[in-house]
Ligand binder design. Structure first.
Ligand code: ITT
Length: 197
């Protein structure tokens, strides 16, 4: 198995990377499992910049193959917020309260279009860097439902589903269609075509 350290402290993301990448023959090790206890400051202004900052910080400490993930939800009627601030939107502490905030903010809006973004930054053990991006279009539900996944999954209805939130769908659904699944597919194609690992 080929090892990849995932530069993340988000348990939901790490679980998804373990599930998807394992199927492709990669062994995903979280930064915590690699013995690294840091939280990188996300000072960038784009998903790309923040993905780079997170991957580079872990690469510098390990000089091993690293991936990071900067992701987030953009809601059209909220000027594409929360975007890169998805994990700390309006300083609201919990995922559940952030979901409530968005549902409230959209109460009288007709336009409920939204999309998830995911940028993966891969740095190989020689320091060569590549970025891969995935987007998942959908709408914001009228109310929360479901318990699978994490973050905004209880309020996001993707264009690929049957009108249910992604938190109401089996795990395999996100593995196939999500922003993360799409970016991961590009990463795997790159790794395989270039015999990187
Ligand atoms: P790391 O930086 O340690 O990886 P983080 O949670 O801070 O963890 P981000 O800065 O990339 O990561 O923020 C991503 C946020 O976007 C995440 O906390 C969720 O709120 C949301 N998000 C991203 N992908 C999601 C998904 O698949 N389902 C639901 N919400 C998601």
């Amino acid at each position: 198995m080929k090892d990849l350290i995932v530069a993340s402290n988000n348990k939901g993301k790490i679980k998804e990377y373990k599930e998807i990448l394992n199927k492709y023959g990669y062994n995903v090790i979280s930064q915590k499992e690699a013995g690294i206890n840091i939280d990188v400051d996300e000072t960038g202004t784009t998903f790309e910049e923040n993905a780079h900052l997170k991957a580079y910080a872990i690469y510098e400490l390990t000089h091993k193959n690293v991936i990071s993930d900067d992701s987030g939800l953009e809601v059209e009627a909220l000027n594409n917020e929360p975007g890169i601030y998805s994990a700390r939107y309006k300083g609201i502490e919990t995922e559940d309260e952030r979901n409530n905030y968005i549902l409230n903010a959209l109460k009288r809006k007709r336009n409920r279009k939204a999309k998830f973004n995911c940028v993966i930054c891969f740095i190989d053990e020689n320091g060569h860097e590549e970025l891969f991006k995935g987007i998942w279009n959908g709408v914001i539900a009228k109310e929360k439902s479901g318990t699978s996944g994490f973050g905004y999954d209880p309020i996001f209805i993707s264009e690929d589903g049957n009108g249910k939130t992604t938190a109401s769908m089996p795990i395999e659904f996100k593995e196939k269609y999500s922003h993360r699944a799409k970016a991961t597919k590009l990463l795997v194609d790159y790794l395989e075509n270039n015999n990187v690992l």
